[in-house]
Design a protein around this ligand. Structure first.
Ligand SMILES: C[S@@+](CC[C@H](N)C(=O)[O-])C[C@H]1O[C@@H](n2cnc3c(N)ncnc32)[C@H](O)[C@@H]1O
Length: 252
């Protein structure tokens, strides 16, 4: 584990991985987003159609496009120039999406209290300074605005976690170790590329957003719906423990 690796290295890796990552994303993102994250995020968002929304860490932009298609005015930020380039190419000009290159830890080109809603889908476990991000999202939200973010579930996805299997491949238990480690670790993403992830405990996440001024309004550990299970039966095993956790925070 490489505790000292930080932002510059993470950006370089996302730039290198951007094409491969984007190939796995279609209109609904990838399979995990279709099954777990999109239904959860959209139900927490509710009817936000004509609102001003920030997509913080937009990647190739599929969720920005979903929001803009429902009538929102979206600003979408990513610190990988390559991701922003791909997102722009994938977006039809009639959608109201302003793609900007920037680091969510410091978005000084955006004014205070500019957004009704901020969404950040699977980004905060990928960045070095999550405390700065919570403060920055708080600054950018209007009073009563919501910040909805999904991350890998820090209680189950740690630097050392995975299935214990029988010799024949049958899955026995999901093992978790190194929960209290806080810092960077690498995850292979298919092929040779390894992206950087940053693990923190659930306590650290919660204390950081409370300290930034947010209140907790909703929490979901997504499970596959019956409709999704009918479509993708292999997700049955996701009833054993959750991969993701989604928070809805409020600025009051
Ligand atoms: C796992 S991808 C998720 C992308 C997109 N939200 C989605 O759901 O497809 C993480 C993205 O966050 C971006 N990212 C990570 N840390 C960032 C930061 N500090 N500021 C801006 N973008 C960041 C990466 O470049 C990458 O595009």
């Amino acid at each position: 584990m490489k505790k000292s690796i930080g932002t510059e290295e993470a950006i370089e890796r996302w730039d290198r991985y951007a094409d491969t990552y984007s190939e796995s994303h279609a209109e609904q993102g990838d399979l995990h987003k279709e099954v777990f994250l999109n239904p959860t995020l959209l139900s927490l968002i509710g009817k936000e159609s004509d609102k001003k929304i920030l997509d913080a860490g937009c990647g190739e932009g599929y969720f920005s496009r979903i929001l803009a298609k429902s009538g929102a005015h979206v600003t979408a930020v990513d610190y990988s120039k390559k991701m922003i380039e791909i997102a722009r190419k994938r977006t039809s000009p009639n959608l109201s999406i302003d793609y900007r290159h920037g680091n969510c830890e410091d978005l000084n080109f955006l004014e205070n209290e500019s957004f009704d809603l901020i969404v950040s889908n699977m980004v905060i476990q990928d960045l070095a300074n999550y405390e700065k991000v919570f403060k920055e999202m708080y600054r950018l939200l209007l009073n009563n605005g919501s910040f909805i973010f999904s991350i890998l579930h820090p209680c189950f996805i740690t630097p050392v976690s995975g299935w214990e299997k029988k010799d024949d491949g049958e899955k026995l238990h999901w093992n978790v170790d190194q929960y209290f480690y806080e810092g960077a670790y690498e995850q292979r993403m298919g092929g040779q590329e390894k992206i950087l992830l940053f693990h923190r405990t659930l306590t650290s996440y919660v204390n950081a957003f409370l300290k930034a001024g947010f209140t907790l309004e909703g929490l979901v550990e997504p499970k596959p719906s019956e409709e999704m299970l009918n479509k993708y039966p292999t997700f049955e095993e996701d009833f054993r423990c959750p991969d993701f956790i989604v928070f809805k925070l409020k600025k009051r």
